[in-house]
Design a protein around this ligand. Structure first.
Ligand SMILES: [Zn+2]
Ligand SMILES: [Zn+2]
Length: 343
């Protein structure tokens, strides 16, 4: 019966656990009392750009997807800068993100968009379900570096040290605007890829999830808004695949390659670029499953056994289709992840 497959709606939202997160979201309002100094604005802009890159180029494209290679020192520095974005440790972040790709839009997806907007945006973090513990079995390739495990276990160091530095440099205004306001903006911009990029935009590839491409999100997130491209071929360093798909993170990484810091950026094979194109008639399995699940929720809510049975059998057929596609993608991804990380 479909009722067994229903996602928990709001029962797992932990509003009390979300209190610290909510409070920090309102801290930038203290700028009314501290004022907004020029130093604070400079800190805000610099910290937003540098830390966004540490998440997009670092936590995401390097630690989660290993789409390029780094030597051990730049790897450590990238992880440390990532800590200052206050999104927990690199190994925690990357292992959960790998689960997002492995089980996209299913019950095992940590921030499945099928559990609602808030859940996919921030509810999955504040719920306490994913805590602070990292399942190292999902990130063994990087967990073998003791310095990364140490950073991952002491992730509080990043936020506290940067907050203190902002206070020393810019006083209360530097702390409130330079640190807290840019951190809050950075959170929501990053989280929007888990929420909005599975809701708004266009789909080019028939992935088995609801990922979409959006120019607005791509500009806000330095290239991560080409999310449907990314779900189609997650190991690719760049996510903008057309000349007009602006991908600032990829531009920065190319500059890093010119400097000799970034190595072996992974390009998409031609066959991948032209496969599963919805425009060419491929069946959009991700959206089929999404609409079936929504219809099943309506049927379950109306408590109609006949309707639920009808959706149950149809959904089973779709699940069989998507399972086959997912297994092929997963097998390809697993074999690539077994390669050594460092150059
Ligand atoms: Zn996604
Ligand atoms: Zn990803």
């Amino acid at each position: 019966m479909l009722a067994r497959r229903q996602f928990p709606a709001t029962s797992s939202h932990n509003w009390r656990g979300a209190a610290p997160f909510v409070i920090v979201n309102f801290l930038p309002l203290l700028a009314v009392f501290t004022g907004i100094s020029r130093t604070a604005v400079t800190l805000f802009l610099v910290l937003y750009v540098v830390r966004l890159l540490s998440i997009t180029a670092g936590y995401h494209r390097y630690f989660a997807h290993r789409s390029y290679r780094l030597a051990r020192l730049p790897q450590f520095l990238l992880a440390f800068v990532g800590l200052t974005a206050v999104q927990k440790g690199p190994l925690w972040w990357a292992s959960h993100h790998r689960d997002h790709h492995r089980y996209a839009d299913t019950e095992r997806d940590p921030h499945s968009p099928q559990r609602g907007f808030w859940w996919s945006h921030a509810g999955w973090i504040t719920s306490g379900e994913y805590g602070n513990n990292t399942d190292y079995s999902g990130i063994e390739d990087f967990a073998r570096y003791p310095e990364l495990r140490w950073l991952n276990q002491h992730d509080w160091i990043g936020g506290w040290s940067l907050g203190f530095a902002c206070f020393l440099i810019g006083g209360w205004s530097g702390l409130v605007v330079g640190f807290f306001a840019s951190t809050v903006l950075l959170w929501h911009v990053t989280f929007s890829i888990n929420s909005l990029a599975h809701l708004f935009g266009r789909r080019r590839y028939a992935t088995t999830d609801t990922s979409r491409n959006s120019m607005i999100l791509a500009l806000m997130t330095f290239g991560e808004g080409w999310h449907n491209n990314h779900h189609h071929y997650p190991r690719c360093t760049r996510q903008g695949l057309r000349w007009w798909e602006i991908d600032i993170t990829y531009m920065v990484l190319r500059f890093g390659a010119v400097l000799g810091i970034v190595h072996d950026m992974r390009q998409p094979p031609k066959a991948v670029l032209s496969s599963s194109r919805i425009h060419d008639g491929a069946t959009d399995l991700g959206l089929i499953r999404y609409h079936l699940s929504r219809a099943a929720s309506v049927a379950a809510a109306s408590n109609s056994d006949a309707l639920i049975d009808l959706f149950d059998s149809t959904a089973d057929q779709a699940a069989t289709l998507t399972k086959g596609t997912r297994a092929r993608l997963s097998a390809a991804s697993e074999s690539e992840l077994s390669e050594p990380a460092l150059s």
